[in-house]
Design a protein around this ligand. Structure first.
Ligand SMILES: Cc1cc2nc3c(=O)[nH]c(=O)nc-3n(C[C@H](O)[C@H](O)[C@H](O)COP(=O)(O)OP(=O)(O)OC[C@H]3O[C@@H](n4cnc5c(N)ncnc54)[C@H](O)[C@@H]3O)c2cc1C
Length: 462
């Protein structure tokens, strides 16, 4: 930290003499500032938005001190946990950026299975920690997504169609508020703040310093099947995939992917099935039942292979490569629409060999009533698309593909998932009407002066 500006800041501090690590724009070498500005940001299509200062918090006291500094100097605060929001929400002009990457803490209460975890912890770090203890958590599909943004957005993790939204497993949070106090929020204390933690996304009116999460027992058996077809089989393959959920066991995740698989020179449609359970017999039965009805013509069929979360993470890390430029969007399609017809254009017009489209069935999660929480929009059919490319000269082409597809697909949707949405690009329904009103009131109550940055591109109360 020798090249950073250190500032002792003590007003209302819990540790008065603890210096904060701060990089002020214009007061350090430009490359030092730039390195801090983009640290851990996944999307290489980086916005030209410039915070006035970047603070690396190592402790809760650092966060409290930084909030007090921001209040005194009249800056708003933006927050970075894992750096994986596609539109890079942590970067705002003329703010103090609070980087939580150095705040690191995980511990498990073995009796209750509740794990306490700091927000920049990645999905893979939490999984590795829990798996060693025979437990697991529905983390996101890519290994390095930060729990902070992921859980606040809702969290569509492994097997979410059966295990539900990851934020449903949040049992409490510790939060630094807009007055620089630390509060605990759960179902009993500060219930409104707790409610907002589960689905408010990047407009949460506070800084979560610790999530308390209910973990699950690690399933003993995990197997997968994979079917790849050329696009001439699109319709029967999609029809088959849509029928798989009915009557099938609890632990089957179904993904339909449009991509250029390695060694294919044309876009293909792939059906990936991941079955989790406690006995070989039940998992094999589920995959066999799906296999028996798969359409002819697969160029690749891999039936019922053993797999693990680590293998699945490695695969996802290849599919969403680092050091690339990304443009993402998504929709929850109405339950009764003709899904294959609506998505055919997206599947057959990928703008680059690395781009992909994804369909997930969310049944039965989508058929359950959600518990009281901000997250309030879902449907049976989740669709997401990702333009992925390397060269800035291809930005316009890829962005146009995403916008054009979503203009059509959006007409058949009931809303969108905040975690893969960009408020600057288009409008969609992100919460139910009542939940949106409640969220506005909670934001107004907990952050009346707008200490924390609001949604980028969305007016919601402040
Ligand atoms: C490769 C990749 C794969 C993905 N896969 C999935 C997936 O499988 N499922 C899924 O649901 N989503 C997925 N996402 C989306 C991802 O969950 C969201 O974009 C999420 O916001 C990323 O969280 P983060 O902490 O890494 O990002 P950041 O950019 O660090 O944080 C995003 C915003 O969240 C808020 N925030 C974060 N931490 C805190 C905190 N402690 N207190 C208050 N506010 C906070 C801030 O507003 C912050 O700017 C994926 C994204 C990428 C890039």
């Amino acid at each position: 930290m020798s090249n950073m500006y250190l500032l002792a800041y003590s007003r209302r501090s819990t540790k008065p003499d603890q210096p904060l690590s701060i990089i002020w724009r214009g007061q350090v070498n430009e490359s030092v500032y730039e390195e801090a500005r983009v640290k851990r940001i996944f999307n290489c299509q980086r916005p030209t938005r410039y915070p006035q200062a970047i603070i690396f918090a190592k402790t809760e006291s650092d966060i409290i001190n930084a909030v007090n500094l921001a209040i005194d100097q009249k800056y708003s605060i933006s927050i970075r946990a894992g750096g994986h929001s596609w539109p890079v929400w942590s970067l705002r002009d003329d703010t103090i950026l609070m980087d939580l990457g150095c705040l690191s803490d995980i511990s498990l209460d073995e009796e209750t299975g509740v794990v306490r975890v700091s927000p920049s912890t990645t999905g893979k770090e939490l999984s590795d920690y829990l798996h060693a203890k025979g437990r697991t958590f529905p983390v996101g599909h890519c290994p390095d997504v930060g729990l902070g943004g992921y859980l606040l957005c809702g969290g569509m993790g492994w097997n979410s169609n059966n295990w539900g939204w990851a934020c449903e497993y949040v049992v409490a949070v510790d939060v630094v508020t807009s007055t620089g106090e630390i509060v605990h929020a759960d179902v009993e204390q500060n219930n409104d703040l707790f409610w907002a933690t589960r689905g408010s996304g990047p407009g949460f009116p506070g800084i979560v310093t610790r999530f308390h999460l209910q973990s699950r027992l690690l399933p003993k058996i995990m197997k997968s099947s994979l079917y790849i077809y050329t696009m001439k089989h699109y319709q029967p393959v999609f029809d088959w995939a849509l029928k798989i959920p009915s009557g099938i066991d609890e632990g089957l995740e179904i993904a339909v992917i449009g991509s250029y698989p390695p060694e294919f020179n044309e876009p293909c449609i792939t059906v990936a099935l991941l079955a989790l359970g406690d006995s070989d017999e039940s998992v094999i039965k589920v995959l066999r039942r799906a296999d028996e009805s798969h359409p002819d013509g697969a160029v690749t069929r891999s039936f019922c292979g053993n797999t693990s979360f680590n293998e699945q993470f490695r695969h996802k890390a290849k599919v969403y490569p680092e050091k690339h430029r990304y443009c993402a969007d998504n929709s929850f399609l109405h339950n009764d629409v003709d899904v294959p017809s609506i998505l055919e254009k997206a599947f057959s017009t990928l703008p680059t060999r690395k781009s992909l489209v994804l369909y997930n069935s969310l049944i039965p999660t989508s058929r359950r009533d959600l518990p009281p929480m901000a997250l309030s929009v879902q449907s049976d059919h989740y669709f997401a698309l990702y333009g992925i490319w390397e060269d800035a000269k291809d930005d316009v082409h890829n962005q146009a593909w995403v916008s054009n597809i979503m203009e059509e697909v959006g007409r058949h949707s009931t809303g969108a998932y905040i975690g893969e949405f960009d408020f600057l690009k288009r409008q969609s329904r992100l919460w139910g009407f009542q939940e949106k009103e409640k969220l506005k009131a909670i934001r107004q109550k907990w952050d009346p002066n707008g200490v924390f940055c609001s949604y980028l591109g969305l007016e919601l109360g402040l």
